[in-house]
Ligand binder design. Structure first.
Ligand code: SAM
Ligand code: SF4
Length: 565
């Protein structure tokens, strides 16, 4: 699977740098009031942090680590991400020095993120150190966390100056939590949320990524959650990142979500949004808490973007979707002067584009905040808009039809035969197959309502396991298939409300002498058959369709991708 390069993963989750391990810079910080001293409570944003579109960057997001103790399906691959060597990550001191530098230049808001920031052993020291900057102009210190291992640290963090806590939680159903995060921990997160409210952290928010067919049925429950709690639940439009299996159907746009909520809760009050706010805030009349929508996909906020990011390994990023990065860590460790550091930061900020490139190409969402190159094309429905140039990446290596022959039959006798792979090269091979099962609306609704707790268990989970087992058993089912030692099998099933279907995608990997297309096809077929089996009491009018290999890599013929003929 084309899981984003480490770099792309980092890019999505904020970033930041550091600097006092550099003696020169540290000395300069003490000696150069023009750069480091903060003279007023509300410092103006310096020219270094102002871009050519006059956007003033007073908000810094610092990623503390790439590691995470959850594996949210929309965010991270099951096996985690490749980690940067420890000595390449910013140290506590470096982070504090960089925070100080940015605050001196006019940053008033810092948010710590990750990966999972609470994994860092120095998290309390960091919050304490950055919290000290509130004496010199910093107005808000926040953290975004999954809340899994946070509850006991909360009082110390609050005392150290943490005033804003965003906790990610995508469902109020413990079982679904386990499916979405691939880990247990729902109750730990709920305890953290309650503790954060109880000990009086001023701003407690819940971040909920909404995915159609996965957790969109939770949205109304989350709205109800705000009735008696001083909490702000923010629904985030699902964004495509390399390999996270995004597709347009899974996105629930802001307007649709708002309509759905209003049709249950009645008219909502629109609240005033701050100038640089990425959230559109609303409240159910009479409710204590608020709800909000982060519309990164349907309505971008580039025009008012005031954010800079520093990655855990010390790169500054001026745009979440941009590729340009400068290593502040290297500059610090090379002992560069603070003037030089600021000059380089300023140059990066000045290069910030008016809006990120993805917006100009994604089409169906108009201003969607996405680089189309990060969206696997086969996951876009064939009827969808195709951004110019995208097909260029999806080439077919189908051979000249004159050469085509059936390799599993003897060319002279027509008898079945197994192809010899003895002399073939061992290479890493991967194949992805998709397919779906379509059913009448009534049966689909039944499946949807009950899919967590049917008599035979969770349909999608059972089907997923069936698909995995089937991939492993392929050579026993298909006579001329070679048995393979599979390195990875990933079977994903999603509900598609619009089509009343269950969509399946199976990716299989191995290092071997022959490909894994058959394993991917078998996994998809058996997963869909399992859905059929579990729903057949409700209806027999189901069609399993569109089973096909959409992508394959490795082997002599190299990469191949499905192209509509
Ligand atoms: N681990 C922490 C957490 O989950 O809160 C902090 C890092 S996490 C990457 C930051 C935020 O990004 C979370 O609120 C998460 O829900 C959100 N996020 C991750 N993947 C996303 C996606 N594909 N679309 C939209 N938001 C996403
Ligand atoms: Fe990603 Fe945060 Fe989930 Fe970890 S907890 S996988 S960083 S969204």
């Amino acid at each position: 699977m084309n899981w984003a390069s480490h770099r792309h993963w980092l890019l999505r989750r904020s970033i930041v740098g550091s600097f006092s391990s550099c003696p020169k810079v540290h000395r300069a910080a003490v000696q150069s009031p023009s750069l480091f001293a903060v003279n007023s409570k509300k410092p103006a944003v310096s020219d270094f942090l102002t871009d050519t579109y006059r956007r003033q960057h007073n908000y810094l997001r610092i990623s503390l680590t790439e590691k995470c103790n959850l594996r949210c399906t929309y965010c991270m691959p099951e096996e985690g991400v490749p980690l940067t060597a420890h000595d390449k990550l910013l140290t506590t001191e470096e982070i504090l020095s960089l925070a100080k530098l940015f605050v001196a230049q006019g940053v008033t808001k810092i948010r710590l993120t990750g990966g999972e920031p609470t994994i860092r052993p120095d998290i309390i020291d960091l919050v304490q150190g950055i919290g000290e900057l509130k004496k010199s102009g910093l107005q808000s210190l926040g953290m975004t966390s999954n809340g899994l291992a946070l509850k006991r640290k909360l009082p110390a963090l609050r005392d150290a100056g943490l005033d804003s806590l965003n906790l990610s939680l995508d469902t109020l159903d413990p079982h679904m939590f386990e499916i979405m995060t691939r880990r247990k921990g729902f109750h730990a997160v709920m305890n953290t949320i309650n503790e954060a409210i109880d000990i009086g952290i001023p701003h407690v928010k819940i971040n909920t990524v909404v995915i159609r067919g996965m957790n969109d049925d939770q949205v109304l429950k989350f709205v109800g959650f705000t009735q008696n709690r001083p909490i702000n639940v923010r629904f985030i439009e699902y964004m495509p990142f390399d390999g996270n299996r995004w597709n347009k159907e899974k996105l629930v746009p802001y307007q649709e979500l708002l309509d759905r909520i209003q049709s249950t809760f009645g008219h909502l009050d629109k609240l005033q949004d701050d100038a640089n706010d990425t959230t559109k805030a609303w409240r159910v009349p009479g409710y204590q808490g608020k709800i909000g929508f982060i519309t990164s996909m349907t309505q971008h906020f580039c025009g008012t973007c005031n954010r800079l990011r520093i990655t855990a390994d010390g790169n500054i990023k001026v745009c979440l979707f941009g590729d340009a990065e400068v290593s502040l860590r290297d500059l610090l460790r090379q002992g560069c002067s603070e003037e030089e550091l600021l000059r380089i930061i300023g140059a990066a900020v000045k290069k910030k584009r008016k809006q990120h490139a993805g917006m100009r190409v994604l089409g169906p969402f108009g201003r969607a905040g996405v680089d189309h190159k990060k969206v696997p094309l086969h996951m876009l429905p064939s009827t969808s808009y195709t951004p110019a140039g995208v097909h260029a990446r999806f080439y077919s290596t189908t051979r000249n039809t004159d050469d085509v022959r059936l390799t599993h039959t003897d060319p002279d006798t027509g008898e079945a035969r197994m192809v010899s792979v003895t002399d073939k090269q061992v290479t890493k091979r991967q194949a992805t197959a998709v397919g779906r099962i379509v059913m009448p609306k009534k049966a689909y609704q039944l499946l949807k309502e009950n899919h967590h707790h049917t008599a035979k268990g969770n349909v999608l989970v059972v089907a997923q396991i069936a698909g995995i087992q089937a991939a492993k058993a392929t050579s026993q089912l298909i006579p001329l298939c070679h048995p393979l030692l599979l390195g990875k099998i990933d079977v994903q099933l999603q509900l598609n409300d619009k089509e009343c279907s269950v969509e399946c995608e199976s990716m299989v990997e191995c290092s071997g002498k022959t490909g894994v297309e058959m394993e991917a096809l078998t996994a998809t077929s058996v997963a869909l058959l399992t859905v059929y089996d579990m729903c057949k009491a409700a209806t027999k009018h189901m069609t399993i369709e569109g089973i096909r290999v959409v992508e394959k890599t490795g082997g002599k013929s190299g990469p191949w991708q499905w192209k509509d003929q």
